[in-house]
Design a protein around this ligand. Sequence first.
Ligand code: PLP
Length: 398
Amino acid sequence: MEHKAYLDYAATTPTDQRVVDAILPFFTERYGNANSLYALGRDAARALEDARERVAASIGARPDEVIFTSGGTESDNTAIIGLATAGGRATGHVIVSAFEHHAVLEPAWWLGKHGFDVTELKPRTDGIVHPEDLAAALRDDTVLVSVMHGNNEIGTLQPVRELAAAAHARGALFHTDAAQTLGKADFDVTELGIDAASFSGHKIYGPKGTGALFLKKGVRMAPYLMGGGQESKRRSGTQNVAGNVGFATALEIMDAERPTEAPRLAALRDHLVERLLGEIHYARLNAVDAATRLPHIANFVIPGVEGEAMLLHLDAAGIAVSTGSACSSGSLKPSHVLLSIGCPVEFAHGSLRVSTGRFTTEADVDYLVEKLVPIVERLRSMNPLYEKTVAELVGAKG
Ligand SMILES: Cc1ncc(COP(=O)(O)O)c(C=O)c1O
């Protein structure tokens, strides 16, 4: 499938050729089971432990604090359920932010149905969960807090260090979902003072179905996958040696290239924002007031159009973008992220997430705006409610 402009890097990334080259031998010649005692197995185990050391070095952790998983979803599920129920605990209070990925929300809701009390903490309209709001929500029986590091839809970066400190001050553990930020923003577990963090390989040009969970030494967690006791009994299942080598290699490339890549993407984003807001009447940048944001994600509301219709017209022009998160596409519900920051439902339906990456050029971004302007005009002209309601609504606010 040829795309003229792939602008959905927050959904997934192509696997970097350097990563593919690094992992190929593990499918054919170096295929041992890392738990076998003979030479082929020991070779796989060495490659696995080397990958673990490389991931640990990148995030400022000890190697034995890195548990390889199948990606962000598994890491989130394991952390939320495993930390809350550690040691056989069956009750307690859990706080998650209201704009978490569903990989955090769903296990939190599951806990809510199985003896725990769950609070969904709202971010403010700037797309940030403020530490003082967390402090007010914490209780003596709060056992776990989870607030994501970077939001996957609007790209805002959360004050994780301050949030973790607030949780610890009341005796609660702190987990953060860093699936969108690993390799793209500074991330050091010691500096952030967190207990657990989730990572995904396919967001950083690594293979799909790879990732890790950071778990601070000494923190108790009930395992989610049980069986052969791999990963020091914290995640059973024969390890994905090729995938984990790929994940570690991808992360090293991200770290090496970030000093030039992050400013390049930030400049591309600013160029896109300026052009799109300048050329599409009433378009707005979501969470415009955020003090800190990721360089590769911009989320707009374009009043008077349906996100899905816009997406399909852009697809016909060879452009891949997203409306809301990829995981919730297929449902016509407005994004819970946009609603959580106070975006009106009518506007949330017309959201457009543009996310850039390693192979994005200014020409891609310009091509998007060029194609989008007439698409929005056409969709608005076909919307009988546009003039009457939406223009009035937006017009009233300028
Ligand atoms: C913030 C966030 N958490 C978790 C996930 C899930 O990660 P994975 O696709 O590796 O399961 C994603 C992917 O969309 C994400 O953006």
